[in-house]
Design a protein around this ligand. Structure first.
Ligand code: URA
Length: 210
């Protein structure tokens, strides 16, 4: 991918996102739409995956047919909201390997601290897609991507539902080599770090917590 930021303006993505943003939308509908949107975004982020051909036999004759090249993709969920995006992407790419990164924000230093980290082996040989619905300040996303790089990942993409300009700038500064695919670029962050107009707390909305 060449662009640092791709906003997927497909009508189905935009329509579903509008329903997700509405505060009256139920947890069940929010979850279902997130699953559907994640597949449309995954379609975009996998557009330029490396391809090769392999010889196959159709019922009619032999041919060299296109197929994905290289090791299985790695999908990395940034906990906990990343899991909502992960489910849909996994339906589209069922053979992908899956990892998890858990970070929380230290209340004193305000820096992300790792509490869980488990990723597939041979990250250096895989296309790695990190998923987190909300790219807000970008601090935890940038930290998560750094952990993946420290594990050897060289070809990383970042998939989110909503991005704030602050988060995009932070990622561009820390990881200019990591393309971002999102459904919308919103106006900015409020004082509490929420994306405006946003959709609220993505984790709470998908898991029905408060
Ligand atoms: N995380 C969320 O869930 N929502 C925001 O608006 C920002 C970060």
């Amino acid at each position: 991918m060449t662009e640092h930021l791709t906003v997927v303006r497909h009508p189905l993505v935009q329509h579903k996102l509008t329903i997700m943003r509405e505060k009256s939308t139920s947890t069940a509908v929010f979850r279902q739409l997130l699953r559907e949107i994640s597949q449309l975004l995954a379609y975009e982020i996998t557009r330029e995956l490396p391809m090769t051909t392999k010889p196959i036999e159709t019922p009619m004759e032999a041919m060299d047919a296109p197929t994905l090249d290289g090791k299985k993709l790695a999908l990395i969920s940034i906990l906990r909201a990343g899991n909502g995006l992960l489910d849909g992407v996994l339906e589209l790419i069922p053979s992908a390997r899956v990892g998890f990164v858990g970070l929380y924000r230290d209340e004193e230093t305000l820096q992300p601290v790792q509490y869980y980290y488990k990723v597939p082996e041979a990250l250096e040989d895989r296309v790695v897609i990190a998923v987190d619905p909300m790219l807000a300040t970008g601090n935890s996303s940038a930290a998560a991507v750094q952990l993946l790089k420290d594990s050897g990942a060289k070809n990383i993409r970042f998939l989110c539902l909503l991005a704030a300009p602050e988060g995009v700038a932070r990622m561009k500064e820390a990881h200019p080599d990591v393309p971002i695919v999102t459904a919308a670029l919103d106006d900015g962050l409020n004082d509490l770090g929420y994306i405006m107009p946003g959709l609220g707390d993505a984790g709470d909305r998908m898991f029905g917590t408060k």
